[in-house]
Design a protein around this ligand. Structure first.
Ligand SMILES: Cc1cc2nc3c(=O)[nH]c(=O)nc-3n(C[C@H](O)[C@H](O)[C@H](O)COP(=O)(O)O)c2cc1C
Length: 247
């Protein structure tokens, strides 16, 4: 009955212009942070599809108080990428030292830690060559989490659409130290925050299953810590122990 009601009352969905390249649920579980890109440009029509997905994301009360500033190879974009590149190199140098990337297993060049450090170094050293950098901006209304809730869904839509079209990127926060300079350079209004910096390009590596902690540690039933016995992961799910153990 319910199904018939839905069928009778919904307008038919428009035919997709192009079949999706990655099934939705598969894409959600296999969109990795991609930090190494080829020099291939992102053609305008693909970039349009990626930004279309970003701008279809939800915002509070559908205010759509988000804006996506796309940096390609114009004069201002080149200067902004340079500014960002310097900031990223400083950000990574600090993280490399404070997080002890060279200590312990990091001394073994084949360890995951050392390989991650090498990827990060490559990422920041080549930042200016990134084909496209997107600055997702949000008009500041309440501040903090509530404003973030109206921009980060768009960021994830953008990354998922990029993955669907064979590209990759990563949400980063290393623009913060140069946010004021960027705002001036790119004429971003004072009442808008730059919520992230998202570099995009054709991956040198591959997307693939992301590793997170077991779902049983992250999903509770009824009460905090309550065992959600129904929350069973797909077989073969791989895990990471990264981050502090959730309580
Ligand atoms: C809020 C947030 C901030 C992040 N900031 C940075 C950053 O400044 N630099 C960076 O290289 N990656 C950054 N990342 C990317 C994460 O490191 C990455 O998504 C995470 O390690 C998972 O990687 P995976 O999806 O490939 O498993 C950030 C991610 C989020 C959600």
């Amino acid at each position: 009955m319910t199904g018939r009601w839905i069928t009778a009352n919904l307008k038919p969905m428009p035919e997709p212009t192009q079949s999706p390249t990655v099934e939705l649920l598969e894409g959600l579980a296999t969109t990795r942070a991609i930090r190494r890109y080829t020099d291939d440009p992102i053609p305008d029509d693909d970039l349009a599809k990626i930004l279309f997905a970003a701008t279809r994301a939800p915002t509070g009360s559908n205010r759509q108080n988000f804006r996506f500033l796309v940096l390609r190879d114009g004069e201002v974009a080149t200067a902004a990428k340079r500014l960002l590149g310097e900031s990223f190199r400083t950000g990574w140098a600090e993280k490399r030292s404070t997080d002890g990337y060279e200590a312990g297993s990091g001394q073994d060049l084949s360890s995951p830690k050392a390989r991650m450090a090498a990827t990060m170094q490559h990422f920041v050293d080549n930042f200016e060559r990134t084909p496209v950098v997107v600055l997702p901006c949000i008009r500041v209304r309440h501040g903090g989490l509530i404003d973030g809730a109206s921009i980060y869904p768009g960021c994830q839509n953008l990354l998922l659409a990029a993955r669907g079209l064979g590209y990759g990127g990563v949400l980063t926060g290393w623009h913060s130290p140069v946010e004021a300079d960027l705002r001036e350079l790119c004429a971003i209004p004072e009442d808008h925050a730059i919520a992230a910096t998202i570099p995009l390009g054709r991956p040198q590596g591959n997307h693939g299953p992301v590793r997170r902690r077991p779902m049983s540690e992250l999903v509770f039933d009824d009460v905090w810590g309550g065992d959600a016995s129904w929350a069973i992961e797909p077989s073969g799910t791989q895990h990471t122990q990264a981050g502090p153990k959730p309580t």
